[in-house]
Design a protein around this ligand. Sequence first.
Ligand code: FRU
Length: 499
Amino acid sequence: MEWTREQRYLPYNKWDAETLLKLQAQADNSSYQLNYHIRPSSGLLNDPNGFSYYNNHWHVFYQSYPFGAVHGLKSWVHLESCDLVHWQNKGLALGADTKYDSHGAYSGSATVIDDKLFLMYTGNVRDQNWQRISYQNGATMDKNGIVTKLAAPLIYAPAHVTEHFRDPQLLKHRDAYYVLLGAQDKTTLSGKVAVFKSKDLKNWEDLGYLDFSPETMGYMIECPNLVFIDDKPVLIFCPQGLDKNVANYDNIYPNMYVVGNKLKFDAARMETKQTAPINLDDGFDVYATQAFNAPDGKAYAISWVGLPDMTYPTDEEGWANCFSQVKELSLDEQNRLVQRPVPAMADLRQAGQVVKAEKAINGRQILVDNASRSYELKLTIPKGQAGTLHLVANQDLSESLQLKFATGDAAQLVVDRAHSGIQFASDYGFTRQIDLTANEDLELDIFVDNSLFEIFVNGGLKVLTGRFFGSQANNQIAIQGTTKEELAFRGTYWRIDHI
Ligand code: FRU
């Protein structure tokens, strides 16, 4: 179905309940539906918003367009959790229903202020000529989940930015509030992080752009957010159109990070020794990651698994995309970002099954013959070997998600989804690759959730995330050596049930 602008921006109350119920059922019954990740009840999900801890619960919201797999009139849908793993969908929290957000309640953040959760978001407005006006709005959510919008915007776009000015992250530092915003500079048409300061959330001072790199950050930065890990600032952001000579990436738009040594808030400056941003995820589909510091100081991140301007096979079923699992962030001794599953992910494990090297038959060793569509597989592949791990494979391994590894001198890991099912995003290639340290054991912690994979490499030093859309009948996990028949490996497989 071709969507007209009128359809995409039709107010929610003009849709009938039946249509929504039908779409929800369609998503529920999809053979690609997720079992233990956040996914849309219907329609399209994009960025995580308002990731926070308030009133003894974790909160996250997703950008939602509930009436189809298109980027239409956006709102925030609220989810709540006690453990960062089991999430309860509380429904629509912020709609597009005022003159300051008439064409979408776009992305933003949440901060606890006094006894409320303060939501700061971008109100997307289009005038009669379809010119965009971006307002940075506020709302509060109380302990009963009641959301009240402020009557007027907090921040209006300054003269030095174009219409692309959005995704506020509100932070408290000492006795002041600071806001980071994704922006496009009007003169250079380049991507920037705009910084504002306020003592009272009413009067805002424009501190200019965050100085964190001498390089041009593409033509627009979306979803900037800052967390502190071991007192070091870490900026996570999406520099759209970034020159690949600055930092290479394979996806349509990158999601990257820079680790700083110090953040000088009032000077809008992050000192860093890092010369170029680094991909946050080395897979196919991570974007708009949002991170925040919990009250105990720990840093957590959650990502949209989906990309702007892309189509996915479930679009035809009227729904699209999901979130990654929540990842706990830390830094290693070389200041590289480490992302790990949160402890409660282990609660999802059902009846562990040891997998270890068996005799090869027809050149392959079977790890699990009748695997679930949702599982965790922890695997150690000792150094000095090369081969392919086939996930969600059919019997003759002609269909599978392939992890091609080499743990010898030229050590690397390649994820190849070309034979994993329906082909999509072909313009951006079917493989993603990371280099590994030569002659070291490879530690993989792999999560499969029906149509999603998340691969944590070597304790989370690298993560590769992606979607795949394969046949439900493919339930084998097998390994094949490149140079020798029998490979050494050891690990554990746990089935994960629908939660
Ligand atoms: C990123 C983004 C944000 C915007 C939101 C709208 O995916 O384009 O910049 O606020 O999505 O849904």
